[in-house]
Design a protein around this ligand. Structure first.
Ligand code: COA
Length: 314
């Protein structure tokens, strides 16, 4: 058995790997389009190859096209001939271990799965063996993010209490992001703030949102009638289409339902440009945000399971 990164000559065999287990995976269409746009790279696809050349396992990582490191593990596949569960887990873990050693880091594993996946035997089994393999290489922390979509619903009216303004200076957004991050219920931001200076953390977020396909000129700062900054609203887009990129209310203005005004502005902004579907994610534990999506007519259609290094041991 050889553990190695893929090369272009592997493409046909990469396209032949099929995951049929009721979870998200790097299917041929996704593989081809992401290899083309740079979110996937051959050297960020790791393979376990049998002596006869057959791909027995394949792991695919995602990153920004201009990024210097892979950001998320997107797909773990093991050939159906490896039917014993312990062997599948062992092989997948060994493959991930080789990749992590080469990367010098352990990117998170993201899997999309339907609501109620724990009660769906097929999806639960698909998650269980992968979770065990990921756990063996240190991805032991589990986070569930709720996936929402707005699909061609009524277009909200503009807010009558907030004024939204674009701002060319990135530093204004860095400052707004820094303020909004205080007391957040979002796991990733809290985790980042445990080890990073708040300004550096905000700057990194601004940089990451700028790397998304959504247009930077869409970003808005929100002010109340007295000119006080209330929050930020970022309509954006990812490879899948338009998204609620980010929104937040500064701590001094929380608890007045401004989240509804910010979300309405993002929805309105995109809908007025002809968008018919907007996707969004939030942590299951970010209850004020999840409730706001539901009030605004967004439907929770799936779950994004994120496995990452335990924050205590990371
Ligand atoms: C999520 C967020 C936008 C909610 O804003 P908001 O306008 O205060 O929301 P609401 O007014 O609907 O708040 C509803 C309740 O949740 C409480 N609440 C809101 N944010 C809270 C927080 N971060 N921590 C604890 N409680 C919070 C409010 O005080 C209010 O409580 P009440 O009903 O007892 O008065 C805001 O917390 C925030 O900016 N968080 C940081 C950024 C973030 O998480 N963005 C979403 C990323 S997907």
């Amino acid at each position: 058995m050889l553990f190695r990164t893929a090369v272009e000559e592997d493409l046909d065999r990469l396209l032949g790997c099929v995951v049929d287990e009721s979870i998200s995976w790097a299917h041929p269409e996704r593989l081809l389009s992401f290899l083309e746009n740079g979110n996937y790279r051959f050297d960020r696809i790791w393979l376990a190859v049998a002596d006869d050349g057959e791909i027995l396992a394949r792991a695919v990582w995602w990153g920004f096209p201009d990024g210097d490191k892979p950001l998320a593990l997107d797909c773990v596949y093991v050939h159906p001939s490896v039917s014993d569960r312990a062997d599948r887990v062992g092989l997948a873990a060994e493959l991930l271990r080789h990749a992590h050693e080469a990367y010098g880091l352990a990117p998170e594993y993201h899997v999309f799965v339907g609501n109620g996946w724990r009660d769906d035997p097929k999806a639960a089994a698909a998650i269980a063996w992968r979770w065990e393999a990921a756990g063996r290489v240190g991805l032991t922390h589990e986070l569930e993010r709720l996936r929402y979509e707005w699909a061609d619903g009524p277009v909200p009216e503009p807010s009558d209490r907030l004024v939204f303004r674009g701002e060319e200076d990135d530093e204004a957004f860095v400052e707004a992001f820094r303020r909004v991050a205080a007391g957040t219920l979002d796991f990733h931001t809290r985790q980042a703030l445990a080890t990073m200076d708040p300004v550096a953390q905000a700057r990194e977020d601004v940089h990451d949102y700028k790397s998304m396909p959504g247009d930077r000129s869409w970003w808005r700062l929100a002010y109340d009638k007295s000119g006080d900054l209330v929050g930020v609203a970022l309509p954006s887009a990812n490879n899948g289409g338009p998204v609620v990129g980010y929104l937040g209310v500064v701590p001094e203005h929380r608890g007045h339902g401004y989240v509804d005004d910010l979300l309405a502005e993002i929805t309105r902004f995109l809908a007025e440009r002809g968008v018919r579907r907007i996707a969004a994610d939030t942590d299951a534990g970010n209850v004020p945000m999840a409730r706001a999506f539901e009030r605004a007519g967004y439907r929770n259609f799936a779950v994004r399971l994120v496995l990452s290094p335990d924050p205590v041991n990371a």
